[in-house]
Design a protein. Sequence first.
Length: 83
Amino acid sequence: MTARFRQSSREARLAQLLDTIRTRGGRWTSGRVQELRRLSGRIPCRTTARRDLITLAARGHLAPHGPDNGRYFVLNTRKDRRP
């Protein structure tokens, strides 16, 4: 598997997750992402779920809340996003 393929599959996974978060709303934890992936027939990995949420937050799509051991993410509104 090439690095380019891995990157594009990761971006597709992130885009799909962001679309689901926009559709369903609410609080998103790594556990909720794992459950979503389990229901869609994929093998969920907590580390990947957490990394995906952190990446979407770093890109300005999600806002993190709570302590490190109880962190959850919510969708940023347009006014909340960083420039």
